[in-house]
Design a protein around this ligand. Sequence first.
Ligand code: ZN
Length: 662
Amino acid sequence: MAALAITSCASSGKSPASEDNFDYTVDRFSDIEVLRYKVPGFEELTPNQRLYIYYLTEAALAGRDILWDQNGKYNLAVRDLVEGVYTNYSGDREDSNFKALELYLKQIEFGNGIHHHYSTDKFIPAFDRAWFEGQVELLSGKPSAEELATLLTVIFDPSVMAKRVNQAAGQDLILTSANNLYDGVTQAEVENYYASLKDTTDLTPVSWGLNARVVKENGKVTEQVYKADGLYGAAITRIVENLEKASEYAENDTQKAIIAKLVDFYRTGDLKKFDDYSIAWTEDTSSRIDFINGFIESYGDPLGMTGAWESIVNFKNEDASERTHTIASNAKWFEANSPVDPRFRKDDVKGVSAKVITAAILAGDAYPATPIGINLPNANWIRAAHGSKSVTIENITEAYDKASHGNGFNEEFVIDEATGKLLDDYLFITDNLHTDLHECLGHASGRLLPGVDPDALKAHGSTLEETRADLFALYYLADPKLLELGLLDNPDAYKAEYYKFMLNGLMTQLVRIEPGKDVEEAHMRNRQLIARWVLEKGADDKVVELVKRDGKTYLQINDYAKLRDLFGQLLGEIQRIKSEGDYAAGAALVEQYAVKVDPELHREVLDRYSHLDIAPYRGFVNPVYTPVRDNDGNIVDVTVSYEEEYLPQMLRYSRDYRTLGK
Ligand code: ZN
């Protein structure tokens, strides 16, 4: 639920492309690529709005140490030690030990601790332990011998704190997870503790455990609550101070009220107050500037309760949101003209509207690795009663898109230069439009015949639902209506998305599957179902072909108009299956087209991909916000700049936003 990796009703923001000299790439190490993102539109805000954002970004950066400490109890001490050795070092910077130390430092900064942000496995340093100890000796403020011995074990012994989040069934998930959300308690003790607190008849239950570390005191299980006068108090106090400064520059009273509720929660640690805040936040959909700041996602807790601290400050991208609005407000036309049996169409369809935002800062669990969309709050009862807010962070998707240009992927897999150029010119906009149409209209379109069980398609339900939404988007991407609405400016633009979609469904998405395995994930199955079905149905007319050149397989699309027609035909059939609840037909389509992989093609794709140096994980440095002062030293405005590099940013944050630890 509420996973941050979702996209919603995204926009078709224009790609500022060609004349853009912005350098998106910052650093590359291990399995990581670090990028930077722009904050377009910041200069056009009023000074008051910029000041509001500025103090919210300060409140965001002030929480950095909380996440580090949540991720592991020695993380802050290890960071101090390694940063200390790194900055104090005066020897040869090409020395292999120093190089390995630098890599390790980059890794722990990216992981917000000693574990990988995604796999949660501990990083293994490649520098020599004795060399490191020698460097520590040279530090002025070095830890005591006892502390140092502990830290050296934590850094160098691969069996100690091996995994941050252990999800392996059959083990005590708390005792085997190295995070710092629990201490001295077993999984059973924690489960019993919360079972005794929970009232299962409560229709508006608080999110138990969201803001607490569970420990044993005098033999009794108890919570150390995260709050201004509790655990992480110094960091929370600094967050609160900056939220209160921000409040002075709020755009409206609604924002002031939201901040007041959040501050109240941070001061008391009372989870009821967090729900009050979440409701007020959810209901504010009209302010230009928005932010999250708190204990939000619980993926870092094997029991899924404690929220990792994070913050994202953002403002609405008015132009891009205008485009999602255009699509949503024409929902009726799209529904009435869709290539499905009129019996299965909705009489009155309401587009799902959502906004597109520009991130101004990423912090805590959203930094450096970050989501491209947010859908919050997480509490189920609040979502049911008050709804949720869905956003797409378009300056982040844009940075990803820009940074992918020239990474060799298209050169390897796209059939010819003309098609490559088509993708360069139109993939960003058509990809975003695809998402718009998929989310705003596709899922919302169509209806079930009376009496049909919405769960009739059972285990194949989500695959077929994604297939339906994708086909709706693909069909309309080629429609002249998009030109008429001003969403596209070239009648051939859609071909970029058609080519990429088919290439992905037939070949390139296979890079995410291990040799010998089937396609399992619903979105991947849906793409392969569509691509394999049209490949087969269009075979006689040679609409789409897989051709061999120099021993390599390429996708060749010969007839885009007929391809669109095939998408329309399949949409008609999938909608029929859904509307009638025809499980047997749905299962047959999935089994025939979506699951099995051609082992020879799979091997070829994996081999070609392995020769490209593409980092599996990416993250970002933040822009730098600099206050502008008047003659009396008062902050009157803020400027933004983008020059800061990766490690310098991390070292600056460690220095300027240090709130916890010794
Ligand atoms: Zn979907």
